[in-house]
Every structure is written in C-alpha cells, then in structure tokens.
Design a protein around this ligand. Sequence first.
Ligand code: HEC
Ligand code: HEC
Length: 289
Amino acid sequence: MATKILKSKRFGYAVVGLACAAACATAAFAGPNDNKLTIDGQEYVTELPAPEGSPFDTIYSGWRFRNEATQAMEMDDFDNPGFTNVESGEALWSKVDGEAGKSCASCHNDAAESMKGVRAQMPKWNEKAGKPVTLEQTINGCRENNLKAKPWKWESNEMLSMTAFIGSKSRGMPVKVQTDGPMKSWWEKGKKLYYTRVGQLDMSCAGCHEDNYGKMIRADHLSQGQINGFPTYRSKWQKLGSIHRRFKGCMKNIRAQPYEVGGEEFVALELYVASRGQGLSVESPSVRN
Ligand code: HEC
Ligand code: HEC
C-alpha cells in the first residue's frame, strides 16, 4: 500500500510539472518512432492523416510510442503473451455452456468468418437495448439470452480470452465506428467527458493525450491514448486488460473517482475515443508496457 501511494505521489508531481507551461517547454519531446508494424507479413496502419473534425493532423497507434523491445513482442504471435488468451478464447468458443446446451459455435460457426470486422465496429448500436453496446456487453448478452449461461465478469480471464479471440479476427482491419444517427448523442456525451477536467489534479484526457502526446511523463512515453489494440497485454498488469480498465487507471492517476466499468459514461467515452482512431488497424491483442 505504502509504495502505491508513493508511486501515485510521484506521478502526481510529474503531472503537476507537465501542467506547468514552462516545464512543458523543457520536457523531453520524442515523437512517435518510425518503425513499421508488420505481423505475419501483413503491414498494419499505425499512422494516417486524421479524420475530419479531429484535433490532430496525424493519428498514431500507441504501438508507435513503445520501445523496440515492447514493439517486437507484438510483432510475433509467439512472443505476444496475449495469444495464450486467444487460444483459451478459441476453446471457449466451441465449449457447450449453460442451460440451452449450446456453444457460441452452435450459432456463429467459424469465428474467422462470423466475427470478422466485429471488433472494428465496437461499440455498436443495439436496437433492442436502445443504446450502444461494447464487445463485452454483446458477449454477455449472448451468454444470458442464447446460452442461458451466467454472464462473465468484465475483467475475468474468460471475458478477456473471448474479447482477445474475437478481436483477433479483425486484426489489420480499420477501426470504423458509427458516430451518426442514434450514436450521435452518445458520441457527444463521450466527447464532453474527454474534455472535462476531473480529479485532484484537475486534468482531462485531452490534457495528456491531445496536448502533450509525444512527451515523457516519468519514464512513460505519452501516446494519443488510442484503443485500437484492446484488449491489451501490459507488462505492468502481467495480463490482458480491457479498455475500461485502462480508462479507470488513467482516472486514478489524476486522483479522480473513476466512472463505473461498463457504465454509460465509459461506454460513451469508449465510442468517442474509438472515433478518434478511425482508420487505424485493429491490433487486438496488442502489447504495451
Ligand atoms: C442461439 C444462437 C446464438 C448463440 C448460442 C450465441 N449467439 Fe451471438 N448472436 C446471435 C444473434 C442472433 C446475434 C445478433 C445477430 C447479429 O448481429 O449478427 C448475435 C450477435 C453476436 C455478436 C455481435 C456480432 C456483430 O456483428 O455485431 C457477437 C460478438 C456474438 N454474438 C458473440 C457470441 C459469443 C461469444 C457467444 C458464445 C458465448 C454467442 N455469441 C452465442 C446468436 C447466438
Ligand atoms: C496525466 C496524464 C494522463 C491523463 C489525464 C490521462 N491519461 Fe491515459 N495514459 C497516460 C499514460 C502515461 C499512458 C501510458 C502511455 C501511453 O500509451 O500514452 C496512458 C495510456 C492510455 C491509453 C492506452 C493507449 C494504448 O495505446 O494502449 C488509453 C486508451 C488512455 N490512456 C485513455 C485515457 C482516457 C480516456 C483518459 C481520460 C479519462 C486518460 N487516458 C487520461 C496518461 C494520462
């Protein structure tokens, strides 16, 4: 516990320094590196001209801000620790579970076909629910309604394995979330949250990931905070983690009360953050530090 407090204190000092204009001018700036992400011979889009309405000129995957050792782990599926989960997810896909006596495969057959592109479009509008749903919520919807099985916990190994497995079927495809129609008000809500200053350090997501990306914060190289790689294996977590876990961690670091995992704020924020990365390749499961 003591080290935790100490750590967040140190982080706090770093942030206070960052917020100060003079310190920012002298803070080390090291933009994204120029490395190319290739997996299995396929080149991934980690950089592209920003979509219309974006605050950036160019958008970058978080992969471009990691050091070469971390980058290398994502480039080889054997070295990518997230692939253990992809394999477990594949086993769960065809495992009969729940009172209906079915597996995911009973209805969706080969995931390589049926789940192709699904990750790239999440969160997605759900007509029945009358709101956008994340990949986790969609999976649990099928578990409860179609398998008649208990929902998985958001951050459970089963859920992370299934999101990694389904996500891997969209690898290399461009992020393409819907932001118009019924999604518009949710997108706007997410945008508002992104720019709202919160916490004891009175900072917004944009204060770090928009105004200061490329700079060093402690020993960490600040990225644009994109979510094209989730679920993500982090050496700090020693396992995969969800988008909402990462959002929660960032809010805690600025000593803000995080929103609820799976709640409307984080779903709206997920939609908005996804839209800031339209066109980046899906990297699920990615590797970060
Ligand atoms: C009884 C049949 C059935 C079973 C079993 C089932 N699903 Fe579904 N699933 C559906 C239907 C119907 C839809 C909605 C139609 C659609 O959007 O393609 C759907 C939609 C989905 C979607 C969204 C697809 C998209 O294009 O947005 C995902 C992801 C999904 N299911 C995952 C799973 C997983 C994981 C399991 C096992 C835990 C599972 N499903 C079990 C019938 C089923
Ligand atoms: C005090 C600065 C700071 C604030 C404020 C902040 N973050 Fe972060 N965030 C970081 C750091 C440092 C990292 C790790 C390095 C990186 O990838 O940028 C990170 C990582 C991330 C990542 C992972 C990116 C990847 O490629 O895997 C996401 C997503 C993210 N943040 C989203 C957010 C959101 C959403 C908010 C607002 C709720 C937020 N952050 C607020 C500092 C911050």
